[in-house]
Design a protein around this ligand. Structure first.
Ligand code: FES
Ligand code: FES
Length: 159
């Protein structure tokens, strides 16, 4: 099955086996910010943005991404500078093992792009699907709250 989509700003065509997931395909392209966690849509470690919405890539079958715009955390750093949300996570010490961190950052980014009322409740709701075994959530939530205050034109992509 041939699928064409935009991946981190580049047009991609791929031949995918029926039943293959977006998580499998992206990791096969060495996009390792996407973690192979639970494989069942429970942990959020495989979070990506599809058309600016955060989704669990392990639940997305490849045929459904045809014509869509996909972003992974690799889209947010040029290896010289960090995305402002990444800086907030660093500043707050919000990552320990870091396994959940890419997913959390993308969930915050998706929330910022929604331009809804951005408050503590909305942030906690947005991070609800990103499980973390290390931090107790206090520091990621603080980093996210800091990030929500950054004007979106300085907050990276999508707008
Ligand atoms: S690996 Fe996709 S939600 Fe856990
Ligand atoms: S920092 Fe280790 S799982 Fe979140």
């Amino acid at each position: 099955m041939k699928v064409q989509f935009e991946l981190n700003g580049r047009l991609v065509q791929t031949e995918s086996a029926p039943g293959s997931t977006l998580m499998e395909v992206l990791r096969s392209r060495e996009l390792y910010s996407i973690k192979h966690g639970c494989d069942h849509g429970e942990c959020g470690a495989c979070t990506v943005l599809i058309d600016s919405k955060s989704v669990n890539a392990c639940l997305i079958l490849m045929h459904t991404v045809d014509g869509r715009k996909i972003e992974t955390l690799e889209n947010f750093s040029d290896h010289k500078s960090m995305h402002p949300i990444q800086k907030e996570f660093l500043h707050e010490g919000a990552a320990q093992c870091g396994y959940c961190t890419p997913g959390m950052i993308l969930s915050v980014e998706a929330l910022k792009r929604e331009r809804v009322e951005l408050d503590d409740f909305a942030l906690r709701d947005a991070l609800n699907g990103n499980l973390c075994r290390c931090t107790g959530y206090v520091k990621p939530v603080q980093a996210g709250l800091n990030a929500l205050k950054i004007p979106q034109d300085k907050g990276g992509g999508g707008s």
